[in-house]
Design a protein. Structure first.
Length: 255
């Protein structure tokens, strides 16, 4: 499923800052959106998720304008998890939180139950199924926010800083989930400040700077341009900075 941007312009009322994207084509696979704070990543994320609407241009899903989708159609096609998981929870238990979207989509009870059980197992939350989401650790709340996106199985999934607060095993778990979805043909877009994680796990990047897309392409091509990375106000991965400091050849990224 293709997500495309055509001549997009958006600005918030009474603000000078404008997000601009003349052309952007998100193909199936795993892509990271990176850039300094205030670059426009979260705004573009909201636009792609249909949370705000464009002032100019359009966003299409398989050539159909995003704004034309009914809420239920959009939920079947696009899922999103916010940076702060507390912004999206309102059910009394972990199980009900994961099940909620499936109920809105009128998924039959047996299929709902099977899906919730499978998703909780996949995200290591089975033991917390009956707990209130706000009684979970921040790490588990992040996993729960990801689980709520996995349950309805959308073809396009958007995740804002999913690795924040996750310990190493949980980061590995989430990386595996994203890679598996990408291999199945889903379009996965992840906002991240963690270039170390991006360099190791994500083959494509979109780089934002001052509201504009300044690079879109292979992660390795971006990381092999230190001047462009510096212009983006981003830090190269630690191993690259270390090798440069030692005066030896930096690693050649393969993704």
């Amino acid at each position: 499923m293709q997500l495309k941007i055509h001549n997009l312009r958006f600005s918030y009322p009474q603000q000078q800052f404008t997000v601009k994207a003349d052309h952007l084509d998100l193909q199936p696979g795993l892509t990271a959106m990176i850039g300094e704070n205030g670059a426009g990543k979260s705004t573009l994320f909201k636009l792609l998720g249909g949370l705000v609407t464009t002032h100019q241009g359009k966003i299409t899903v398989d050539q159909q304008p995003l704004k034309d989708f009914l809420k239920t159609e959009r939920a079947r096609k696009i899922g999103l998890a916010f940076q702060d998981p507390d912004d999206q929870f309102f059910n009394s238990s972990v199980k009900k939180e994961v099940e909620w979207e499936l109920r809105q989509l009128k998924v039959p009870a047996k299929k709902r139950s099977e899906t919730v059980t499978a998703v909780l197992k996949e995200t290591n939350l089975s033991q917390q199924a009956q707990q209130n989401p706000y009684d979970l650790s921040l790490s588990d709340r992040k996993l729960l926010s990801i689980a709520t996106v996995l349950a309805p199985n959308p073809q396009i999934a958007l995740f804002d800083e999913p690795m924040i607060a996750l310990d190493w095993p949980s980061q590995q778990l989430v990386s595996h989930i994203f890679t598996k979805l990408a291999k199945r043909g889903h379009t996965i877009l992840v906002i991240s400040h963690n270039l170390d994680w991006v360099a190791q796990n994500v083959p494509q990047v979109i780089v934002m700077g001052r509201g504009k897309v300044i690079f879109a392409g292979k992660t390795r091509d971006f990381l092999h341009q230190p001047t462009l990375v510096k212009k983006s106000n981003l830090l190269l991965p630690k191993v690259t900075r270390l090798t440069m400091a030692l005066g030896i050849n930096p690693p050649q990224y393969r993704l």
